[in-house]
Design a protein around this ligand. Sequence first.
Ligand code: 5AD
Length: 355
Amino acid sequence: MRSDSTGVPKTMDITRADILNWLRETDPLKLETLWQAADETRRDHVGQAVHLRGLLEISNICVRSCAYCGIRSARTGLERYRMTAAEIVDTARRIANHNLGTVVLQAGEDPGITRQWLSTIIKRIKTETGLAITLSLGERSDTDLAAWRQAGADRYLLRFETSDRALYNRIHPPRPGQTYDRFDTLRWLAGLGYEVGTGVMVGIPGQTLASLADDIEIFRELDVDMIGLGPFLPHPDTPLGSLPPMGPEQVPNDEMMTLKMLALTRLVCPNCNIPSTTALSTLSTTSREQGLKAGANVIMPNFTPEKFRLLYEIYPSKARVDVNNEQFPELIKNRITALGRTVGQGPGRRPDQSH
Ligand code: 5AD
């Protein structure tokens, strides 16, 4: 392991033992050296640009019942919506008019988002705006994913949520009679030529520091293009609506732990696009900037039309932070330049990728 005088590894050869030590570290002065190492790695590998991705939450209909998620199908009393094709294309145009290079179409696992319907929308967005298109639509069939790639989609986000299989199975019940392996899908997506994103939640009840270290090791091995990390935020209308008592190995769902994960992820995946996520920004007024200073290089302003935004409540407080996003992207552009960074232009691909 190479390191500078502060003892922080400068490169991706950081070991699992180092990772665990950092996850246990609480000394703010020592942690400062970790944020700095991640920030330098970010600067050297992906530069000063912060890429903005316009997020569009196209449907909150979901057939799954993930124990953590506020739009799980078992949650009754939540009004459900699916945006129309015209609404989606119009919003994509708005995103392009703000000079952003990417639209992210996100939704629950909604069977009403059919292969053909979405293919047509993807083609329209491509021809009418030229935006890069990222999909984040959960576990879909290989054929759907291939068709959407064919139609022009560029990227797909599918977090594996946690590398702890037992924990994953507890919080993520499969559809009856179906097995699905997100790692298989990530490989399938890469084979189709998508830029691929994954990620985890930090502080899931039952999640241990050792499993977070495994998550980082998996990021390193997977060699994906994008990694999204956010704190687990308990939603009162879900089975995981309250936090368990803290044990010594339980991961806290706080800003410090999320920032540590972000910084370590940057060290093992120096060329990845890593967002400072909305979930992180719910934790304090400065956490979005903290994320940008600890390795992140992407922000995803929310462009979901007002009337749907409150209904896409995967975790609480999201709407509150998103409402602040109303002034996006101008406000966020000012904040980016105030940090001495620049606003990314164009699609903002991972820099070292040729496909
Ligand atoms: N807290 C934090 N993140 C959540 N997600 C879903 N529900 C929650 C929650 N309660 C995250 C998952 C999913 C992404 C779209 O949102 O990681 O992959």
